[in-house]
Design a protein around this ligand. Structure first.
Ligand SMILES: NC(=O)c1ccc[n+]([C@@H]2O[C@H](COP(=O)([O-])OP(=O)(O)OC[C@H]3O[C@@H](n4cnc5c(N)ncnc54)[C@H](O)[C@@H]3O)[C@@H](O)[C@H]2O)c1
Length: 361
């Protein structure tokens, strides 16, 4: 066995059906009494329902979260949070809403409770990606930072809130979660616990997503998927990510591509790029998927769910592929296989076309 370090899992987690009612108790356990509830405009209703449940423990609702955490939205929210004299924020939603809560916490040091309604996994990480507004798509910079101020204190997983997650987002968000687990299996700082969690995350999600595609409100499959998403998010929050996350960061931040769809399309190709350099990880991916080959299994799962399988289908301009390849190798970072600009450009082309990756052997 290789030596390893396991840093622990710092966030408190409550998981189950109907756990939303436990949020007031969790707030009290943190010693907080004035919450601002955050959401996107589309999930304002869920935020208001939680504010009603909290009664006078809720001092406001800000339903302005948007994708990629623009700094201007955060700064306006911070002004309101301060004016309301809030002592914590509660994010109800996907990664975009969690991102707004994290960005507020980074600037104010307020406690955060997150009630996730997608499988993105941001709630389990000390990572925040933000974008500066104003720049043109294709030139916009997304910056990422890591801090314990960013990591939410409490996460309340309520499976019931995910029952209505639309089919398309269920598939792509589930594959976004699987991407965290795949990269955790070949992370430079991987450890046996995280690897167990990663394999179990892939297994749970790969088992649940086809069931949900057939019966969207299947409670057991929804619970399985959210359980997998929690594990995958914990992997993302514990070990370092590599080429796949870097590519998605570049494509999402610079070309304004939708987050979960981008992960869905890129994952089989990034896995194929790394397959020969990380054979044990890829064997575990294949085993968890019940597939012969890991990268092909990831592609086939996405295709079988009706998820997008090409960058061209999700709005990537072909003319941007060179710039994306350049950006992917610009600031070197650890990856199991060396970063080769030409091979990454071919990977991006395969992803652009939606080609099924070749078998790793
Ligand atoms: N920092 C991190 O660790 C980390 C990890 C993963 C994702 N992210 C960030 O999260 C963002 C993407 O998050 P996402 O994929 O969850 O999408 P999202 O939060 O943008 O949600 C997409 C849309 O679906 C809606 N929605 C969410 N849950 C729903 C539900 N149960 N029912 C109906 N509608 C629902 C949202 O309101 C939104 O309109 C990106 O900005 C990404 O960078 C960050």
């Amino acid at each position: 066995m290789d030596p390893f370090r396991f840093p622990g899992l710092p966030s408190r987690v409550v998981f189950g059906h109907g756990t939303l009612v436990e949020v007031p108790r969790e707030m009290e356990a943190l010693g907080r009494s004035r919450a601002v509830v955050l959401a996107t405009l589309g999930q304002r209703g869920q935020a208001e329902a939680l504010a009603t449940l909290l009664g006078d423990r809720a001092v406001g609702v800000i339903a302005e979260a948007v994708m990629h955490t623009p700094v201007a939205v955060t700064e306006a929210a911070v002004v309101r949070v301060r004016a309301l004299d809030a002592d914590c924020v509660i994010a109800v939603g996907g990664g975009s809403t969690t991102g707004l809560g994290k960005a507020i916490a980074l600037r104010t040091d307020l406690d955060q409770i997150v009630v996730p309604t997608t499988y993105a996994g941001s709630e389990m990480t000390p990572i925040l990606g933000e974008t500066l507004d104003g720049a043109e798509p294709g030139h916009r910079a997304k910056t990422t930072q890591k801090s314990e101020k960013i990591r939410p204190e409490v996460v309340v997983y309520d499976v019931d809130l995910t029952l209505g997650l639309p089919a398309g987002l269920t598939a792509t968000s589930g594959l976004n979660a699987i991407a965290h687990a795949v990269e955790a299996l070949y992370a430079q700082d991987r450890n046996p616990i995280v690897s167990l969690m990663a394999e179990e995350a892939i297994r749970a999600l790969a088992r649940a997503l086809p069931v949900i595609a057939a019966v969207p409100r299947d409670r057991a499959a929804r619970a399985d998927a959210l359980y997998g998403a929690w594990l995958a998010g914990a992997c993302l929050g514990t070990v370092g990510m590599a080429l796949h996350h870097k590519l998605c960061h570049v494509l999402g931040g610079s070309f304004d591509l939708p987050h979960a769809e981008t992960h869905t399309v890129v994952l089989p190709h990034a896995a194929a790029y790394n397959a020969q350099a990380a054979p044990e990880a890829m064997a575990r991916v294949a085993r968890a998927l019940g597939a012969v080959d890991g990268p092909q299994g990831l592609y086939d799962l996405a295709a079988s769910l009706g998820a997008p399988i090409s960058l061209s289908a999700i709005g990537m301009p072909e003319a941007g592929l060179d710039r994306a390849a350049e950006a992917a190798v610009a600031n070197p970072y650890w990856n199991p296989r060396a970063l080769e600009r030409g091979a990454i450009r071919r990977l991006l082309n395969d992803a652009f076309q939606g080609r099924r990756p070749d078998a790793a052997v």
